[in-house]
Write a new protein. Structure first.
Length: 405
């Protein structure tokens, strides 16, 4: 059984329960949504899973009777399987609008769930996102501030040792991440077949799942690269619209994040094509055939794995604190680039990401160019790397180990 690890989102979840009648918690399957809700609210709330066909049939056939049988506060898991319940939940919330924390709804299919919630529970529900475990959560420091909010000169002391490449292969899903004896490849293979392919069939009519698996492996091989849908479709023998549709499924189920370019000056010659990243490095490693730590560190995919780890970690920093992610990449037509640009309260923070244990001042070149081009840029920057050295690189730029991010 997976041991419970405290999550960064816990204070936000408790606060939302004091301010809203309903809470919607969405994220990838197996990211810990049910465990989290039951851990925090299980003592005072009933729990019902709508994934069971029998339970789903009752909820669909007689929604009022179903809600009468399960009085609030109530945790309803996989709510997207019984979307008709939302209208009746709204009815009950409106009858007792002042009562907070009545319904806790979880779901993994963001595309369907958000559309249904927007139509029925607007203004009545707080929507929060839970991704797999972050580095902070894995090392037992879920409350640590991001380096751009805290003091980057002060090194945080994690409660547990962190090995970047080992953690990258295992990923952040609670089962493979916290159970050393678990066969990682077997777990991810089962995950793809049991959950991901089922979501694809639910959201889009995909007749050839073998072709979809080839698509996933091809997309993983292009992680951290500019993504051209037409080129990818041509390589796979797929229509561009099919590639776009399948990518929208992966984005809706939180398996990938599309990183868009930052435009500071419209008149400048900037790259406008987005990048794609898998939100879990374990999933990325599985699709590109990386099975062990040494292979990950020495693979041609090492740079993409490092970038994916940082992008995913920053995404979790936003989502798990109840914030909307505001980050981009920056690249000019002449080759100047910064891997990640984060909007902060004091300006735009540039990050370079390097799969190296030996950071050097030349790695900050893109950061300096970004600061020349972009007026809103902060006067500092970070070169995040996979080693353990923490050192200034000049010009306000700090080489920061991933384990300190």
């Amino acid at each position: 059984m997976v041991a419970y690890l405290p999550r960064t989102i816990e204070p936000i979840l408790r606060k939302a329960a004091r301010e809203f009648p309903a809470i919607v918690l969405t994220g990838p399957r197996q990211s810990g949504k049910t465990t989290l809700l039951r851990h925090i609210f299980g003592r005072r709330a009933h729990y019902v899973s709508l994934e069971s066909p029998d339970t789903r049939a009752v909820a669909t056939a007689d929604p009022r009777g179903f809600l009468d049988a399960w009085q609030s506060p109530l945790i309803l898991d996989e709510i997207q399987y019984a979307p008709n319940l939302l209208s009746y939940i709204k009815e009950r919330i409106d009858a007792r609008r002042a009562l907070k924390g009545q319904y806790f709804l979880s779901g993994s299919q963001n595309l369907l769930l958000m559309h249904q919630v927007a139509e029925t529970l607007a203004g009545r529900a707080a929507v929060l996102y839970l991704l797999p475990l972050s580095r902070r959560e894995l090392v037992g420091a879920p409350k640590a501030l991001p380096p751009w909010e805290g003091k980057t000169s002060a090194r945080p002391v994690p409660k547990k040792r962190y090995d970047f490449w080992a953690a990258a292969v295992r990923g952040g899903f609670p089962e493979p991440a916290t159970e050393p004896a678990r066969d990682v490849a077997l777990w991810y293979g089962s995950y793809v077949q049991t959950y991901l392919e089922r979501d694809v069939r639910t959201l889009r009519q995909v007749g050839d799942l073998t072709q979809f698996q080839i698509f996933l492996r091809t997309l993983a091989a292009r992680s951290a690269q500019l993504i051209n849908f037409a080129d990818m479709g041509r390589d796979l023998g797929l229509a561009t619209n099919t590639v776009r549709a399948w990518i929208s499924v992966l984005e809706a189920t939180h398996q990938i994040v599309i990183l868009r370019p930052y435009f500071a000056n419209i008149g400048k010659r900037l790259v406008k094509t987005p990048k794609v990243y898998f939100t879990d490095t374990g999933m990325l490693c599985y699709f590109v055939g990386i099975r062990d730590t040494a292979h990950a560190a020495l693979s041609p995919m090492a740079g993409a794995i490092a970038e994916s780890a940082v992008v995913s970690e920053v995404l979790k920093m936003f989502f798990h604190r109840g914030l909307e992610p505001r980050f981009y990449f920056w690249r000019t037509a002449t080759g100047d680039e910064v891997d990640l640009v984060i909007e902060t309260a004091t300006g735009l923070l540039p990050l370079e990401i390097k799969a190296t244990a030996t950071p050097s001042p030349i790695m900050a070149r893109g950061i300096f160019r970004f600061r020349e081009w972009v007026r809103e840029a902060r006067a500092d920057g970070l070169v995040v790397h996979t080693g353990r050295v923490r050192t200034p690189l000049g010009g306000g730029v700090l080489a920061l180990p991933f384990e300190d991010l």
